[in-house]
Design a protein around this ligand. Structure first.
Ligand code: NAD
Length: 252
């Protein structure tokens, strides 16, 4: 039996990067997957890729800052697949670096809107449906930037990911009686579109090469495997916890 047989998952930001890897892995493990993102062409390609693998996925346009979009995404899971067991709050933006004094109010608001408010709205929309399913799992994608100040020339990003870390624990405690678990994942430096510019800069690339104890950058599959564990019943006694997947950076 596959690890997510019979389960229905909703993944925000699933059109590319880590979210797409999670959608494909979840489908391989037997889940029906609803993918929400702003990138409609890429999202539909992931939906088609999953169908080619013999899985079942539905893409829909989702702006995580919109409560109405979240309601529609949860309703799509219920209409199409009859239930919702898993929510992965993965959508996020990296924003600009440059330090606190150069940060603008606009970039602060946008980053907190997408990275923190988006997780709040997604969780709020999904809880009733997951409760109706008899419980389930919410996985929130934070960052090592939500734990330590290392490498974060972007105060809004750090603040947003710190908010996700504690919102996770608050959700875990409040909804443990509903049998809804909630955990956060803290990726280190993962190769995706989000980190392309950083990794293309030789100086910043060297910084990361020198500071990852396992001696390599992370892949989307490194993260998807951890998210699968937290989404599945393999982690049925795990809630309110932090899974750091970073090659050892924060252990130093
Ligand atoms: P990515 O840019 O490839 O993927 C992010 C996805 O979120 C994109 O598909 C994007 O369209 C979507 N998105 C952005 N704003 C949205 C919105 N308002 N509504 C819906 N979708 C939206 O980057 P990624 O690395 O796959 O990032 C996934 C998550 O991992 C993010 O939360 C990110 O902050 C976090 N993270 C990434 C790294 C890394 O090194 N790549 C490290 C730590 C944490």
């Amino acid at each position: 039996m596959a690890r997510l047989d019979g389960k229905v998952a909703l993944i925000s930001g699933g059109a590319r990067g880590q979210g797409a890897a999670e959608a494909i892995l979840f489908a391989r493990e037997g889940a029906k997957v609803v993918i929400g993102d702003l990138l409609d062409d890429e999202g539909r390609q992931i939906e088609a890729q999953i169908a080619e693998l013999g899985g079942d996925a539905t893409y829909l346009h989702l702006d995580v800052t919109s409560a109405d979009d979240w309601d529609a995404a949860v309703q799509t899971a219920l209409d199409r697949y009859g239930r919702l067991d898993i929510l992965v709050n993965n959508a996020g933006i990296g924003g600009t670096g440059g330090g606190l004094e150069n940060a603008t109010l606009e970039s602060w608001d946008r980053t907190l809107d997408i990275n923190a408010k988006g997780v709040f709205l997604g969780t709020k929309a999904a809880i009733p449906a997951i409760r109706d399913a008899g419980g389930g799992s919410i996985v929130n994608i934070s960052s090592i930037a939500g734990i330590i100040g290392l490498g974060t020339g972007n105060p809004a990003y750090a603040a947003s990911k710190g908010a996700v870390r504690l919102l996770t624990k608050s959700t875990a405690i409040q909804h443990a009686p509903d049998n809804i678990r909630c955990n956060s994942v803290h990726p280190g430096m993962i190769v995706t579109a989000m980190t392309e510019a950083t990794l293309a800069d030789p100086e910043r690339r060297k910084y990361w090469d020198d500071n990852i104890p396992l001696g390599r950058l992370g892949t989307v599959d490194d993260i998807a495997n951890g998210v699968l564990f937290l989404a599945s019943d393999d982690s049925s006694f795990v809630t309110g916890s932090e899974l750091v997947i970073d090659g050892g950076i924060v252990a130093q």
